[in-house]
Design a protein around this ligand. Structure first.
Ligand SMILES: Nc1ncnc2c1ncn2[C@@H]1O[C@H](COP(=O)(O)OP(=O)(O)O)[C@@H](O)[C@H]1O
Ligand SMILES: [Mg+2]
Length: 343
């Protein structure tokens, strides 16, 4: 089940172009740079106002690094990250001082493990209102009022405000994380695997909450996950990323039924409830290559069942093939790939 299509003419809230993040690899006593981990190697995508863009790929494909570049925990090596503010697109990487601080409020990050991201010695009220204190917004009383409002908004009660993180379940802790992320009235939230650590039954509750809050507050989400089972429900479009590069972008409903990239097909097969021994069974073998030494040509070619000579030395461009949909595969026109239902 995926969501009704959003208005596709909505304006972009975020536009990422040519984003690269290379981490230097240092060796020896002099910490000489001997190479680079190409965690993100030239990605382009945009998020519309009110949209949820899912981002999926195996562990190590660069998803967290993309998120951290957007909130500027990491300084990108190259590229632009533009954000819609005051009627125009502003390059976040060029902002300094006050302007940069101001923009910080508008983009928040939600983390996978709510426990490790919450200070165990702070009570819930202090955790939720800390961003207001840091940004000097309101007096003590106003901050508490806002804190109570936020608790209510995420389905917790004001009775909880003097309790500590360890007194809550995983799902409740993620609600606290959400309340904190909402405290500064953000417009975009980078959700980095926010339900991956939760039981399946709890995952749905947290996803529902995020979906409800999105409608109520007109939020936009970049929703990161390592497999396609979680993002279908919440995403409008999905970006499939592999070894720091985008393989495919498509509307959720289309991506699951008509994948265009062999990597997407493989990710779908891994969540399919196929019959054992089915001839269509296609499990991705091997591991994601070392991002400091990516394969030449298409980075996926070493694991692709459809590989041909061209793929080994020519890097396919990310091409638009439909409104809002892109694919980077030399063979996408000739291949007929299996979707989720086909297995
Ligand atoms: N701070 C860092 N320093 C060096 N290498 C890093 C750092 N963060 C991530 N990497 C490397 O970048 C690649 C992508 O990592 P990451 O963005 O965490 O992927 P994902 O979130 O998709 O699992 C991995 O090879 C990882 O080891
Ligand atoms: Mg990650």
């Amino acid at each position: 089940m995926s969501r009704d299509r959003k208005d596709t003419s909505a304006a972009d809230i975020l536009s990422v172009k040519g984003l690269k993040k290379y981490f230097p690899i240092q060796k020896g006593f002099l910490r000489r740079v001997v190479g680079y981990t190409k965690a993100v190697d030239g990605v382009d995508f945009s998020i519309k106002k009110g949209e949820t863009l899912g981002m999926v790929g195996e562990s190590g494909s660069g998803k967290t690094t993309v998120g951290r570049c957007i909130v500027r925990v990491y300084e990108p090596t190259e590229g632009s990250i533009r954000f819609h503010a005051n009627g125009k697109m502003i390059d976040l990487l060029e902002l300094k001082g006050q302007e940069r601080q101001g923009m910080r409020k508008k983009i928040q990050m939600l983390f996978q493990d709510p426990f490790s991201s919450l200070n165990p010695r702070m009570n819930i009220m202090d955790i939720i209102t800390e961003p207001l204190v840091i940004h000097k917004i309101g007096n003590k009383e106003e901050q508490r009022e806002r804190g109570k409002f936020l608790l209510d908004m995420v389905g917790l009660s004001a009775d909880h405000m003097n309790m500590y993180p360890h007194q809550f379940s995983g799902g409740q802790r993620q609600r606290i994380g959400i309340a904190r992320a909402l405290s500064l009235n953000p417009e975009l939230i980078i959700c980095d695997e926010p339900v991956s650590a939760l039981d399946v039954s709890i995952q749905a509750q947290v996803l529902n909450l995020l979906a409800d809050l999105q409608k109520e507050l007109n939020l936009s989400y970049l929703f990161i996950a390592h497999d396609l089972s979680v993002v279908e429900y919440i995403s409008d479009r999905i970006v499939v990323i592999y070894l720091g590069r985008i393989m495919e972008i498509a509307y959720s409903d289309v991506l699951y039924t008509e994948p265009r990239h062999p990597y997407t097909e493989a990710l779908l097969a891994s969540i399919s409830k196929y019959e054992a021994g089915s001839s269509r069974r296609y499990i991705l073998e091997g591991y994601i290559p070392d991002p400091s030494n990516p394969p030449a040509g298409c980075v996926f070619h070493t694991r692709c069942r459809y590989v041909k000579e061209q793929c080994r030395h020519e890097n396919p461009l990310l091409e638009a093939h439909q409104e809002g949909a892109f694919v980077a595969c030399h063979r996408f026109l000739e291949l007929s790939l299996s979707g989720y239902d086909a297995h």
